[in-house]
Design a protein around this ligand. Structure first.
Ligand SMILES: CC(C)(COP(=O)(O)OP(=O)(O)OC[C@H]1O[C@@H](n2cnc3c(N)ncnc32)[C@H](O)[C@@H]1OP(=O)(O)O)[C@@H](O)C(=O)NCCC(=O)NCCS
Length: 161
């Protein structure tokens, strides 16, 4: 299976926040941003694996800055690591005021995707070859996040019996 670099499947998405995307205060709805994040991450997983991919889980998403009507939302999605069939994707979001070009980080999240066949059976994913120092850090830390995720699921299941 061909090894791939994170840059091979990077996705940059840009949206203008319109009235339909906002709440009564004129702020972008969290659910709308989560939808865009999910789509960007799905595209990265599909580019990396060449498969139809489904969201297996989304780790904590933090919304650090409100995004206002008329702002531009820039979403960057990259793969950090592939395991057997699952792929961890890191998504960062910035809000940008298009009138003065001021940009601020608005959120970040890790998502896990799985490539599946027509019957929903998980398929092996190509390995990731990290190049930059940052990619190397995220690659190594992905194993720690995965272990924590799996352990959390096991603990909750065991508690419920
Ligand atoms: C995700 C899904 C394909 C996993 O299938 P499965 O039959 O449980 O298969 P497995 O147990 O072999 O898991 C496959 C991989 O997914 C990972 N995985 C499964 N559930 C996970 C979760 N909640 N979080 C993170 N990873 C998960 C497993 O660790 C495994 O990874 P690996 O192959 O790299 O070791 C299946 O649960 C599914 O189709 N879920 C619905 C997905 C969906 O519809 N998403 C949109 C929501 S509307």
């Amino acid at each position: 299976m061909n090894i791939k670099h994170p840059s091979d499947s990077e996705v940059i998405m840009t949206h203008l926040v319109l009235p339909n995307d906002t709440n009564q205060l004129g702020n972008l709805l969290g659910g709308k941003l989560m939808h865009w994040i999910d789509i960007a991450a799905a595209l990265t997983a599909m580019r990396h694996s060449g498969r139809v991919c489904v969201t297996a889980s989304v780790d904590e998403i933090e919304f650090s800055e409100p995004i206002k009507l008329g702002h531009v939302v820039v979403i960057r999605s990259v793969i950090t690591r592939a395991f057997r069939t699952s792929m961890e994707i890191f998504v960062e979001t910035w809000r940008e005021d298009p009138l003065n070009n001021v940009r601020a980080k608005a959120s970040s999240a890790y998502l896990t995707f799985v490539g599946i066949d027509q019957y929903g059976k998980p398929l092996q994913a190509p390995p990731v070859d990290p190049v930059s120092e940052e990619e190397q850090h995220r690659f190594e830390e992905a194993a720690i996040r995965r272990e924590a995720r799996l352990k959390y699921r096991e603990t909750i299941r065991a508690r419920r019996g």
